[in-house]
Write a protein that binds this ligand. Structure first.
Ligand code: ADP
Length: 253
């Protein structure tokens, strides 16, 4: 569904390239996790996929079509973005989800929009909060509203920037399980950055390890080895197995 080929990018004509030939592929229904040290280029890669930054070289294919050739409005319907910290203002849950749909598509709200928003809120178990101000919700509930906003755009791909950064463990699990379920059920691709390596292991299907502006390793859980992790993060973590599951010691950050 998403294919990035030899993507290069630099912020200024005279600055060093931040992306130095990124290659990656994500299939529909898959959760892909992007891992790498701060400054390795994760956000820059997201910005290129979202069309906020224009690549200096290479290409991004979406369902076989060059992303840059897809008109902006159509692109907005394909890719949704959930930023780390969403500012909602004093809107109700229903209105803030509806507004994201309207502002992305630039139309007045019609019956279909109301129906989509209602369905998404029901799916996310947010209907009981529909009339409540988003400001009065907990961090986890607000994060769910942010995901509902992305879903109401009925995208093919959702990009998450550190979705669980400010959440406690229970909400972290809720959000990652919900996102995983949605990916499977609706055949949506998810691409997410995450700091916590153990969380990444339980959330992701496919992992992209980024270092110095390239994806240095990618693949499934088998890529989680001490050698790979310690190379990517310049760290000294250890990996043990417990009841068939890998646990990364020192990997929770
Ligand atoms: P990550 O998300 O992995 O922490 P970023 O993509 O934010 O990494 O940053 C990659 C590199 O690009 C860093 O060296 C950072 O300083 C640089 N960078 C990020 N944003 C800008 C910008 N707007 N202008 C110039 N350089 C930037």
């Amino acid at each position: 569904m998403l294919k990035v080929e030899n993507l290069t990018f630099r912020y200024g004509r005279r600055s060093a390239p931040v992306l130095q030939g990124v290659n990656m592929e994500l299939k529909a229904g898959e959760v892909g996790i992007l891992l790498g040290k701060n400054g390795s280029g994760k956000t820059t890669l997201f910005k290129n996929i979202l069309g906020i930054c224009s690549p200096s070289g290479g290409r991004i294919l979406f369902d076989g079509e060059q992303l840059l050739r897809i008109p902006l409005k159509k692109r907005a319907g394909k890719i949704a973005y959930v930023p780390q910290d969403v500012q909602f203002g004093a809107l109700s849950v229903f209105d803030s989800v509806l507004l994201s749909r309207i502002s992305r598509f630039g139309l007045a709200a019609g019956r279909e929009d109301y129906e989509v928003v209602e369905r998404v809120l029901a799916d996310m178990q947010l209907l009981q909060y529909a009339a409540r101000s988003v400001e009065k919700l907990s961090g986890g509930e607000r994060q769910k509203v942010a995901i509902a906003r992305a879903l109401s755009q009925e995208p093919r791909l959702i990009i998450f920037d550190e979705p669980t950064g400010n959440l406690d463990i229970a909400n972290e699990q809720l959000i990652t399980e919900e996102a995983r379920r949605l990916a499977r059920e609706r055949n949506i691709g998810i691409l997410s950055s995450l700091h916590d390596l153990n969380q990444a292991l339980s959330f992701g299907d496919r992992f992209f390890f980024m270092k110095d502006g390239v994806i240095k390793y990618s693949g499934g859980e088998e890529q989680f080895t001490e050698a790979v992790i310690n190379d990517i993060f310049d760290s000294k973590v250890r990996i043990i197995e417990h009841e068939g599951e890998k646990i990364i010691l020192g990997g929770n950050r």
